[in-house]
Design a protein around this ligand. Structure first.
Ligand code: PMV
Length: 310
């Protein structure tokens, strides 16, 4: 017997970093790129084979592995949730989500793994419960995460997110055409978040103003999404990027991609996620999408993914 489960990647449209300090952010699921888990029943202790996450393939046998390993932690949290001392079976994980690119790979793998293990035992974990489990694992990846990644990945809905507040999902009436350009530079969100924390201690007035401005941008952007005001939404995204630059979380490579997208006619562009590497998100329209994509590749993007939100 085998069961399959999956979870999408995600992109932060606006509000990263400030969201750690209680300001709102907006994130969208990337349903076209996914982490997938296939679980097979067996009498043996659980083994997890994550073929494209590590090389050589990682095999975790429950009870033998480090609890500090995210896959082992997710498996043991799921076992505890199911009220089981041991889990049997094998789970094979595949993911098309680039790692350490701000696209939610860690949260998606955790969510797919938890769902697959539970399904082996005939349980569909409710999203609210899975969200809590994945959040625990996100703490390993991110230190003190806001919780936005696990929320958008588990519920697979666009979300207006405020830390510790109830989930507020948003309807996108007029679909948003988006390009995600990967710098190919892996960056650890945990390190960048720690640097912003140092800045918040050393320059509290500056960071306080920047966070407040980002919060105002996110609130206006939500309104724009609600009424299909795409041009203004794009301008807000670009303004958000300038504010992220002033928190020193951008990089020359990210700035180059943002400028290339804007010069080629993108409606707006900014870094997405932790920064210093990872991806740029650009809002485009039908007329400019190919020109912007080409320009991003010319400017050094290692890959460009097109998606539609809403
Ligand atoms: O996982 P990333 O790189 O998309 O970053 C998450 C967004 C941050 O605001 C930088 C951190 C957080 O926990 O919200």
């Amino acid at each position: 017997m085998s069961v399959r489960a999956s979870a999408p990647g995600k992109a932060i449209l606006l509000g990263e970093h400030a969201v750690v300090y209680g300001l709102p952010a907006i994130a969208i699921p990337l349903s076209g790129i996914r982490a997938k888990a296939t679980a097979y029943a067996s009498a043996d202790a659980l083994a997890i084979v994550a073929e494209d996450l590590t090389r050589p393939p990682l095999k975790i046998v429950s009870g033998e592995s480090e609890p500090a390993d995210p896959l082992a932690l997710m498996a043991s949290l799921t076992a505890k949730y199911l009220g089981l001392a041991n889990i049997n079976g094998e789970v094979r994980i595949q993911s098309d989500i680039p790692i350490a690119s701000g696209l939610g790979s860690g949260a998606a793998v955790s969510a797919a793994l938890g769902r697959a293990i539970a399904q082996l035992y005939d349980v569909d974990i409710p999203d609210a419960d899975l969200n809590q489990l994945v959040f625990e694992v996100e703490k390993l990846h991110h230190g003190a995460p806001s919780g936005i990644d696990n929320t958008v990945v588990v519920y697979e809905m666009p979300v207006y997110f405020i830390k510790d507040a109830a989930c507020d999902f948003i309807d996108i009436d007029k679909p948003l055409s988006i390009l995600l350009a990967d710098t190919g530079i892996a960056s650890l969100t945990r390190d960048v978040v720690a640097d912003v924390r140092s800045l918040a201690h050393s320059a509290p007035t500056h960071t306080g103003h920047v966070f407040a401005e980002i919060g105002a941008i996110v609130n206006e952007a939500r309104d724009c999404i609600g009424r299909g005001a795409t041009t203004r939404l794009g301008a807000l995204m670009t303004a958000n990027h300038r504010l992220l630059q002033s928190l020193s979380v951008s990089s020359p490579e990210l700035d180059l991609l943002v400028d290339a997208a804007l010069k080629a006619g993108a409606i707006g562009a900014k870094l997405s996620g932790g920064g210093r590497g990872g991806c740029v998100i650009a809002l485009v329209d039908e007329d400019t999408v190919y020109r912007v994509k080409h320009s991003l590749i010319e400017a050094g993007a290692k890959r460009v993914m097109a998606t539609v939100a809403g």
